[in-house]
Write a protein that binds this ligand. Structure first.
Ligand SMILES: [Zn+2]
Length: 144
């Protein structure tokens, strides 16, 4: 099971859906989340922070290393490894990917009932267009 939760950024303008792979890291490991607006005030520290398309995630590295060592036998992980390994990153490819997918499903609900094959094609097409957009914007998980 993988937990996901919604978290507000420090200034409160934005929210993100977060993913914790295998529940190795508890949610408290994310000390702070900064949207592109509140990230401007942050003195970036690469030993505890990772950037993604203007956002910054700040981890409690002492706790993260403890849980990763105990749960995964992983030693010396960096903030980038935590994010890129999905131990604490976006649910999906971006902060609101989960909501976007839900919206797309709702939008295409009637098509799904009418023509399942066209629905599947449409979802695939829209999704790949969205992934291209996210890549162009530089989101790490889309670029993987
Ligand atoms: Zn903010």
């Amino acid at each position: 099971m993988c937990l996901h939760q919604k978290r507000a950024c420090v200034c409160g303008r934005e929210e993100a859906f977060l993913f914790h792979r295998d529940n190795v890291l508890p949610e408290e490991v994310l000390l702070a989340l900064y949207c592109p607006v509140c990230a401007r005030e942050v003195d970036f520290d690469p030993s505890t922070m990772v950037r993604d398309a203007g956002w910054i995630l700040e981890y409690d590295m002492e706790a993260a290393l403890f849980y990763l060592g105990r749960g995964k036998g992983l030693v010396g992980a960096s903030p980038e490894m935590i994010f890129d390994g999905d131990y604490c990153s976006w649910y999906g490819l971006s902060p609101r990917d989960l909501e976007e997918s839900a919206r797309l499903n709702r939008e295409l609900e009637s098509l799904k009932r009418e023509d399942l094959r066209r629905y599947v094609e449409e979802v695939r097409l829209r999704r790949s267009l969205r992934v291209e957009e996210l890549k162009a914007q530089g989101w790490r998980k889309a670029l993987r």
